[in-house]
Write a new protein. Structure first.
Length: 248
């Protein structure tokens, strides 16, 4: 997370919660092909460790978060996405999973994510979907907004990026998501609605099975709806000054 008003990622307290495990697999299926073989990788919001294990490798990895509890000694920096403490073009890949919704102003965060990417570098990200799904959970998590695919594309393109892929995720379990959001609103008592929704073991097995099927689908095509949005984008290569038409 990157919001100074947030209480910290729930994944720090419940890293084995089904949603985090499923998200790791869905992110890898949707965005893994865009990871490539970077030399330098920045993981923004790395306190959400359960979702980024697939991004580890032989490359040099730097992680940042405003919550130091999720940072590993020697590779973590306590910092905000609104002011990244790195030089321009420092990284080949930047990952920002469920980060942008915590950032205000949004365009400043997008500028920073783009700034630290090298030309030709790739941005991999996810955000929560649909403003109509806003509940006390978003307030407690420190969100400023939820997204549609169109709004996220506008934010990314506004930072000068080229979209490679944008798709909804958690499509298979979407009916359960809608039911959970309705239940939260019906309770209207913060004490009853705070935190991650408990899931009985039998239902967890159903949710993980549905997510496994979706993982295979994401490897082949984009999905039209879901409670998350996954996006990959590239920072365009800068043209040399000697190229015809380049700015002087």
């Amino acid at each position: 997370m990157t919001s100074t008003t947030a209480s910290g990622s729930a994944s720090l307290d419940q890293p084995d919660y089904w949603w985090y495990r499923a998200r790791s697999e869905l992110l890898e299926a949707a965005l893994g092909p865009y990871l490539g073989s970077p030399l330098r990788l920045l993981d923004v919001g790395s306190a959400d460790g359960p979702s980024v294990g697939w991004m580890r490798g032989d490359h040099h990895r730097v992680a940042i978060d405003v919550d130091p509890r999720g940072l590993r000694p020697g590779e973590g920096v306590c910092a905000s996405a609104l002011s990244l403490p790195f030089a321009d073009a420092s990284f080949d890949v930047v990952g920002a999973f469920d980060v942008l919704e915590h950032c205000e102003p949004e365009d400043r965060a997008m500028h920073e994510l783009s700034r630290v990417l090298a030309p030709g570098g790739r941005l991999l990200m996810s955000v929560p979907a649909y403003q109509w799904a806003w509940t006390d959970h978003d307030v407690r998590a420190g969100h400023y907004r939820r997204y549609t695919r169109g709004r996220l594309r506008t934010a990314v393109e506004g930072a000068g990026m080229r979209i490679d892929r944008s798709t909804y995720g958690f499509t298979g379990v979407f009916p359960f998501f809608v039911a959970e959001r309705i239940a939260r609103r019906a309770r209207r008592r913060r004490a009853a609605a705070e935190g991650l929704t408990p899931v009985p073991p039998a239902l967890e097995r159903v949710l993980m099975t549905l997510s496994a099927g979706e993982r295979r689908a994401l490897a082949r095509r984009d999905l039209p709806f879901g409670s998350s949005i996954f996006l990959a984008a590239t920072k365009p290569q800068q043209r040399p000054l000697s190229e015809p038409g380049a700015q002087r």
